[in-house]
Design a binder for this molecule. Sequence first.
Ligand code: PRX
Length: 587
Amino acid sequence: MSDNFPTIAKPSVSNMPIPPNLSDYEKTRKDFDWFKDGFSKLDWLPDGGLNNAYESVDRHVKNGKGNYNALIWIGKNGEEETYTYSEFKEESDKFGQVMKNLGMKRGDRVFIFMDRIPELYFAAMGILKAGGVIAPLFSAFGPDPVRDRMEDAGASFLITTPELKAKINSILPKIQTLQKVIVINKLNRSEIEPDNLTLSYDDLMKSIDPNSFVLEPTTQYDFSIMHYTSGSTGKPKGVLHRHQAVIQQWLTGKWALDLKEQDIYFCTADPGWVTGTSYGMMAPWTNCVTQIIYEGGFSATSWYDIIQKYGVTVWYTAPTAIRLLMRAGESVVTKYDLTSLRFIGSVGEPLNPEAVVWGNRNYKMPIHDNWWQTETGAIMCANYQVTDIRPGSMGKPFPGITMGILDEEYNEKKSGESGILAVRPGWPSQMFAYWQQDEMYNSRFKKGWYITGDQASVDKDGYFWFQGRADDVINTAGHLVGPFEVESALIEHPAVAEAGVIGKPDPIAMEVVKAFVTLNTDHQPSDQLRRELIRFAREKLSAGVAPREIDFIDIMPKTRSGKIMRRLLKARELGLPEGDTSTLEDD
Ligand code: PRX
């Protein structure tokens, strides 16, 4: 805890204008039981099965709430469309039927590569209802990351738009398992180029009778979603979740984000990343809120406009965005009426204590930091509406979750000491596997703990404080980037012999990707080559993942076994002591 940032005390529950869903954290935690508080509270399927999309959409229609608004879409050109839960059910049922007609089988991996348009959500829910596994990809990705992920997962289908398909056309014929590509030409924004893989979403949907669809009787153990996440070695791994995850997504939406029926909820994350599905689909819709889907990217004025115009009550965003909003300034905030807001949450990177205090001053409420990962599937540690906030802390474990700080031997440490952040396995939204990487999956479990890959500490009152990552993974604007993926792309350029990639601290994005390269003998360093390499990596990967900076070096520091010493590159970049270099190749 820092003396510069004193605790922000919360009013007593009786003094809150709207009582929080979680009114007594300590008591709830003590009495908590996943069955009593979670599993028994959702509707389930008539035959005892569980389906994430049924819990998110269909059950509200069954329970007489079909006329509530499920989503309000704001397009990048200011278009607006609103869909009720009944309409959402109908569109997703139709798409489920489309997928069944196309021969999609239970467990098939269906990739979704789209901007945030309503059809993305209809497709996702339809696939889940028809028993498929959704694998959403960030639409900014270039061909390489898309190919790597689809090949790794053995993708059967791809849902995309004409513009995005054009970007990856060259790789599609190489994906052997791919059966069909379904293309949505939203609002006739562009043409669909016909080829023998491609089908039109509109044509497929036109002839479907929504009443013909029969929901696939999935169980809680069926696979539901796959997100790729980066590690420090190898290409990204497919994190596989099961329908069971919906229990925790629903309950954390209710208790950690305080979502209530018909809240106007705005989550700024893209479904290509886990926040955009767990909290951009499942948590809000299982809690029967009206969700704002904004197709555009970050813009302080557009976001404030949306909050004001639609009366957003709960807003879930990320530290980089908050730092950009701070930079846009207090004078911009005061131009808008943001009084509809009653809860702000943040995830994905450390939230600076200054930002919590700034939010408290400007939005008249602190920003509630919470912590979780692609692998955890849902919030694990949070600041709640009812608990006092220690700015800079990610709060306390969600009821039912046990977190610990471990030493190098995986034994629990005393409070106050820093160490490995770990969680006791067995929470409902825990990943089931890394797709076909059992060894990697098993390596995450030690002495009865799940090892998160983060370093943290816990204070005597049970607040957790994030310290940093324990590996080389780069966190840029809340998105994890595996250095290996960037290095692999760079060495495909004919000028590059070797590449080493690190995260360089940045005041807004927390880290930016920086690369060090050695050149093949017939190439010379130059500004032109530097620009060319950045452009090359951007096209292959995406602007967010490609290096922002590239330095040419003569010798790549490597261990004797040939591993690039990124730690050393980083120390040199930051002017820090080089530490133990005894394994360095050239010593
Ligand atoms: O390093 C932690 C950081 O993001 C990692 C998880 O990234 P990902 O799997 O992409 O999921 C992001 C959205 C849930 C963590 O291991 N991280 C996440 N939340 C926080 C955080 N770092 C500091 N504070 C947080 N609140």
